[in-house]
Design a protein around this ligand. Structure first.
Ligand code: HEM
Length: 451
């Protein structure tokens, strides 16, 4: 179906449906010459920016590389967007991610990529393509046109993993299954959350924050470079198999991993397939998201059944579905659209045998929302990192929970003994930092931002 009145040719393509390309480059830059950059933004960058409609219509054949762009708060200042026009009314965005370290429970910035420490990054250009080569040539040609109006501060290359793991993140689990859709836009597929447009897109129905007119049809882009300690994660699973009659030790380890995520590696939800993976279920997008957790009549503080899925599981922490006591698909205001991609190489035999990460790999995490406090920040701070969510005794999200470097209790992982306490002394996901950006509409790029 078409569009719930959305201006799909004005909304950047990565926001609602993702670029969905096997190779991506995140190019973080500073603006060195405001006047020169603003004119090049209009003449050189804007014609390359891919809209949602272009991706939907597959109208991107001419451009072998898809391009999107977003600006940080200091980037808007560097563009001379000042006064009321500068006030997007989003405190985390205005402060920059480096000033959000405490709320996110990153253990300081010692693990951060140095270029993310500070607020020098003015923007990010996202390139998505089928090949590394076509990204490189698009980048080279753009850089020669932009000259020294900008400078590269940092870049990160993402890529889908090679077969048979395409679409899977580095721990091995199928990713990109469950994203919300906008009411009246696409779908919904069974079990998919349906949200008002304004929960993702600024200035649309459901976004009640006062903001300058130019911000309409943009979205806040949260970028995080999340390093994953894959051999260490696998060692933890190998050392702590769930012991149940009928399970081999390896199956017990796989079950523990599946219960940490809430899905098996194939994507099959543990709530529908509690003991063994079911690849046919994982691959079927009419079934793999069609579930909820709570039984009818339970209240948020009275959930006891973790036999199928722990209350702490990553997907239960980050989208509790009916656990919240709300009708399924009512708005929780805490939805994000995820559009990340893995980065870094496959685990080497050396790393496997030493159980130790030697080469960095992880997730180039991207999340879109109309309000960072209600979206990414809320999920991280009040759900994943909150030991008392969804009720006392649940503990941290075992995948992304962080306790500022301290040990993390996680409960409910063992179906045979839900009170068996796991204490995770390693963060298997280590934040390397990131930045908060705003991905404006194409017309905002053509007008407010470039003139
Ligand atoms: C879902 C892995 C970071 C929020 C998932 C899924 C996997 C996964 C395997 C299930 C597949 C799917 O539904 O698409 C990871 C890994 C991460 C990471 C390995 C870090 C390296 C984050 C962060 C957040 C987040 C930082 C937000 C703060 C979500 C949400 C879902 C999800 C909202 C969908 C839940 C649902 O709708 O059922 N993640 N994730 N993830 N993740 Fe993460």
């Amino acid at each position: 179906s078409a569009a719930a009145g959305l201006n799909l040719n004005d909304i950047q393509g990565d926001i609602l449906i993702g670029m969905r390309k096997p190779v991506e480059l995140f190019f973080f830059f500073g603006i060195s010459n405001t006047a020169a950059f603003k004119s090049k933004l209009k003449r050189e960058i804007l014609p390359l920016v891919t809209s949602t409609l272009q991706i939907l219509n597959n109208d991107t054949a001419a451009a072998s590389t898809l391009v999107n762009i977003a600006f940080s708060h200091t980037g808007l200042v560097a563009l001379n967007v000042t006064g009321d026009a500068n006030n997007l009314n989003d405190p985390p965005f205005a402060a920059g991610q480096v000033n959000d370290v405490k709320n996110l429970s990153d253990p300081g910035t010692t693990n951060w990529v140095p270029q993310f420490v500070g607020t020098n990054i003015h923007g990010v250009i996202l390139f998505g393509s089928d090949t590394e080569d076509s990204i490189n040539s698009t980048l080279a040609s753009l850089q020669s046109k932009l000259g020294n109006s900008i400078s590269e501060i940092y870049s990160l290359r993402g890529a889908m993993r090679p077969p048979p793991n395409m679409g899977h993140e580095h721990f091995g689990f199928l990713d990109g299954i469950s994203n919300p859709t906008i009411n009246g836009f696409q779908g919904p597929k069974p079990g998919q959350a349906v949200v008002p447009a304004g929960e993702i897109i600024v200035g649309q129905h459901g976004d009640n924050v006062t903001r300058p007119a130019w911000a309409k049809d943009g979205s806040f882009l949260v970028f995080r470079q999340l390093k994953q300690l894959v051999p260490e994660f696998n060692k933890f699973l190998a050392d702590n198999p769930i012991v149940e009659p009928g399970l081999t030790q390896e199956q017990g380890s796989d079950l523990l991993g599946a219960r940490m995520v809430g899905r098996w590696k194939s994507g099959a939800p543990v709530v529908l397939s509690p003991m063994f993976d079911d690849p046919a279920l994982g691959a079927d997008d009419n079934r793999n998201n069609n579930f909820t957790f709570a039984e009818p009549g339970q209240s948020q503080s009275n959930l006891t059944d973790q036999s199928k899925c722990p209350l702490s599981a990553h997907i239960r922490k980050t989208r509790p579905r009916a656990d919240l006591g709300l009708p399924e698909n009512s708005t929780s205001f805490h939805h994000i659209v995820r559009a990340g991609i893995p980065y870094g190489p496959e685990v080497t035999p050396d790393e496997t045998s030493s159980n130790t990460t030697e080469i960095e790999r992880g997730l180039a995490f991207v999340a879109y929302q109309s309000n960072i406090m209600n979206g990414f920040q809320f999920l991280q701070e009040f759900w994943a990192n909150n030991q008392k969510f969804i009720q006392r005794g649940v503990g941290f999200d075992p995948i992304i929970g962080a306790a500022g470097g301290a040990e993390r209790p996680v409960n409910g992982l063992d179906p045979t003994g839900p009170v068996r306490n796991f204490t995770l002394s390693t963060d298997f996901v280590v934040s390397r930092g990131g930045e908060y950006f705003f991905a404006p509409s194409l017309s905002a790029i053509a007008h407010t931002l470039s003139v």
